[in-house]
Design a protein around this ligand. Structure first.
Ligand code: SIN
Length: 490
């Protein structure tokens, strides 16, 4: 049962042109609590017609919004930021209930998402171009930064607040308007966030949210991909969907930011501080039940410290409290849905069949509470032949691979089409620079497991995508560069 101190945060309609409205087909999409797999709310199940209306609103509001002085856009974003924090507890409860994130972490996500809104409010006032030294007398060469136009944001379920905040905030800061589709599993957080933006005074049509079921999502997204007024697509999700978006947006050559799948290595060298490495792995692997794109998927531990590391890790993992996300004690909540928990079970079974040994966990748990709980798990003797070494498990499973030398582990760590994040622990300064440069990823945690921050550029290389979120680079992704050459000045 979801009770909020501000019940109007719980929206069930699309936000289009400042109006809360049902989908044209009047279809509804049930929102389920992953803890119980039972529906507790429903929202609009939209189709291409609703998507087009949203794009009409975003296109119509773009000229006025893009001309608003940057300071005014920043002030609205600051008001939005303040309202998000004022409603932290309610938003955390919505996140926990629809996504299964433990309440304490959900409160953290609200702060984390809000930090992007504040950051981009500040960056909005620092947008600037260049005046270039003229090559020919009598000319001025000027470089301006301009908003790209209407942005389509397609966001995932694993961070229902932070991911949409870190797309909408830079878009608005740059002067763009937005059409957004949150994941079908977690639409309520996005709608609540949009309602708060409306209360902050963001004008009608600047943010439009359309919710849709898995079945109707292709219709919504394809309508935006085909629409030449939509000038940018920003997406966080799987690599196959990212490739589809890249292919389909080619017809209108949209700008793209794609934050896609990862397969992060986490390397513990023999000169590492083992306690710090265990802390780092706990923070990065078990956050959100292992359902993050940047969480380590392959843990490489040097032979000389392997047994000591595994012993300390297993103690910590075995002590994690699994339970309903909305209970304060929970450290690992339910997985998002049946497909997710089935995949985790399949990966563990495959690993065990190919010679891995379960040190702790390795099974479904708490079936009396619901069908989607999986015990936090440590496996040893993992090898590259196992499914979990080439595919993201997206669950609370840490497979340990034993290694003996640096060149071998770097080769194995890079032996993947993905390149989002990597982590390693070492106390040797020369090794630190060598390894950091050799790892083929967009982000590297060095003696640190929690790397995301609003001031840092988040994004990948290889098949983990392109574009950056957060930092000044995150704003640049929503602008294009225009060059003006003025003559007859001599
Ligand atoms: C993600 O899993 O895609 C985002 C994680 C983060 O922002 O730390």
């Amino acid at each position: 049962m979801l009770t909020l101190s501000e019940p109007t945060l719980l929206r069930s309609q699309n936000l289009i042109d400042g109006q809360w409205r049902d989908a044209g087909l009047r279809a509804r999409l049930a929102v389920t609590d992953p803890a119980t797999a039972e529906a507790f709310a429903n929202v609009a199940d939209s189709d291409a017609g609703d998507a087009r209306l949203a794009a009409d609103a975003a296109a119509a509001s773009f000229p006025a919004w893009s001309r608003r002085p940057a300071r005014e856009r920043a002030q609205l974003l600051k008001r939005w930021h303040a309202l998000i924090l004022d409603h932290q507890e309610d938003l955390a409860r919505i996140i926990s209930t629809e996504q299964g994130k433990p309440l304490k972490e959900a409160r953290g996500e609200v702060q984390y998402g809000a930090s992007y809104v504040e950051w981009f409010a500040e960056e909005a006032t620092r947008i600037c171009g260049d005046i270039v030294a003229e090559a020919v007398p009598g000319r001025k060469l000027l470089v301006l930064k301009e908003p790209v136009g209407v942005v389509a944001a397609i966001t995932p379920w694993n961070f229902p607040l932070a991911m949409i905040a870190r797309k909408i905030a830079p878009a608005l800061a740059a002067g763009c308007t937005v059409v957004a589709k949150p994941a079908e599993d977690t639409p309520l957080t996005a709608l609540a966030l949009a309602w708060l933006a409306q209360q902050a005074g963001v004008p009608a049509g600047v943010i439009n949210i359309v919710t849709a079921s898995r079945e109707h999502t292709p219709g919504v997204v394809d309508a935006w991909l085909a629409d030449s007024r939509v000038r940018k697509v920003t997406f966080t999700g799987s690599t196959p969907v990212g490739k589809h978006l890249a292919r389909e947006s080619a017809a209108t050559l949209k700008k793209l930011s794609l934050e896609l799948g990862g397969n992060a290595p986490f390397i513990v060298f023999d000169d590492a501080d083992l306690d710090a490495a265990v802390d780092g792995l706990m923070a990065s692997k078990f956050r959100n039940g292992g359902q993050t794109c940047v969480c380590p998927n392959r843990v490489y531990v040097h032979d000389a410290v392997h047994d000591a590391f595994v012993e300390r890790l297993a103690q910590r993992v075995g002590a994690l409290h699994v339970g309903p996300a909305t209970e304060d004690a929970a450290q690992i909540g339910p997985m998002i849905n049946a497909r997710a928990v089935d995949k985790i079970a399949r990966h563990v079974e495959d690993a065990v069949a190919r010679g891995a040994r379960v040190v702790t966990g390795g099974k479904r748990v708490r079936s009396a509470d619901g069908p989607h709980y999986y015990a936090p798990t440590v496996l040893v003797d993992a090898t590259p032949a196992m499914e979990l070494s080439c595919e993201e498990t997206f669950g609370p499973v840490a497979p340990i691979f034993r290694f003996r030398d640096e060149a071998e582990v770097i080769r194995d760590a890079n032996d993947t089409p993905f390149g989002l994040a990597a982590y390693f622990y070492s106390s040797d300064i020369r090794r630190i620079w060598r390894v950091a440069q050799a790892l083929e990823t967009g982000m590297v945690g060095i003696n640190e497991g929690a790397i995301a921050a609003e001031a840092a550029p988040f994004g990948g290389v290889k098949e983990s995508g392109y574009g950056r979120e957060g930092s000044r680079h995150g704003l640049d992704d929503y602008m294009h560069t225009k060059y003006l050459c003025q003559g007859l000045l001599g």
